[in-house]
Design a protein around this ligand. Structure first.
Ligand code: SIN
Ligand code: NI
Length: 272
């Protein structure tokens, strides 16, 4: 296996300007093109995909799964199993962009996820992420970075601009029903929806924990592998989990409600 130090250094060398920060504050999402180069992604891709495959738990054929299950394979915290993958997930470059977009001094890891929308995979229903997270801050953000070029016919996610200001409007757990409820809400409130379209490997979108987002199905014969990293502002605390949030206590390393998010599973990524 590659030694982690032989892999490209993803240091904190990318800056976000005031306009990008203001747009993120207003919209709750941003696209940062070329955050990793094609060469950097090429170096890390085999390790990330191997980690995703090793941690795959869903083996049923697509047609036996529900809507959520057809949307993507979801593999968590790959960084814990491979120091080379950890070098990517804990990259100061990505963490700095996350902190700068939110306008906070520092970020910690919440968890990582590989999200593979399989060939022939289904749509990703409208949803918000933050309802699953037992933390006391809205300064949460997900980086979504494709590991292959994503053509327009698959596309990247669609975001409802400004929806991060609305709080919990998710319409319940991710499902056809939540999708319909959110679709109706978007129409009623006249929210604008935006997709950043086709992305190259190494481009990334960022969205806030309460930003409504969805994605189209994958009609192609190739998988769409994406690596995501979820960050939480440094200084945040764990809250008493709701039923929907209980599973996510896994990502907080034993920290109890009221305690800081800061276990071994939640290292400070930026400042490096
Ligand atoms: C997707 O990759 O289709 C959705 C990812 C997300 O919900 O953050
Ligand atoms: Ni999501």
């Amino acid at each position: 296996m590659d030694q982690p130090e032989d892999l490209p250094d993803l240091g904190g060398d990318r800056e976000i300007d005031a306009d990008q920060r203001a747009a993120y504050a207003a919209d709750g999402h941003a696209c940062v093109r070329g955050l990793a180069t094609a060469e950097e992604i090429e170096a890390y891709r085999p390790l990330l995909l191997a980690g995703a495959e090793a941690n795959r738990w869903e083996h049923r054929p697509l047609e036996e799964r529900d809507t959520y299950g057809r949307a993507f394979l979801q593999m968590f915290n790959l960084w814990q199993h491979d120091p080379a993958v950890a070098r990517f997930v804990l990259a100061p470059r990505f963490g700095r962009v996350a902190a700068d977009l939110m306008g906070v001094p520092g970020v910690r890891l919440y968890h990582d996820q590989a999200l593979v929308k399989e060939a022939g995979g289904g749509y990703t229903p409208w949803h918000q992420d933050q309802g699953y997270w037992p933390v006391d801050t809205t300064d949460t953000i997900t980086m979504w970075m494709p590991l292959v070029d994503v053509p327009a016919e698959i596309g990247s996610m669609t975001f409802a601009s400004g929806s991060h200001h609305l709080g919990d409007v998710s319409g319940g757990a991710i499902s056809d029903a939540s999708d319909q409820a959110v679709d109706e809400l978007i129409r009623q409130r006249g929210l604008g929806t935006v997709s950043h379209g086709a992305l190259a490997a190494g481009d990334a979108t960022f969205h806030a924990g309460w930003t409504l987002h969805a994605a189209a199905p994958n009609p192609t014969s190739a998988d769409r592998p994406v690596m995501t990293v979820i960050y939480v502002a440094d200084g945040s605390h764990v809250t008493e989990p709701t039923d929907q949030q209980r599973f996510d206590m896994h990502w907080l390393g034993g920290a109890k409600p009221g305690e800081p998010v800061g276990s071994d599973l939640n290292p400070l990524i930026w400042p490096a």
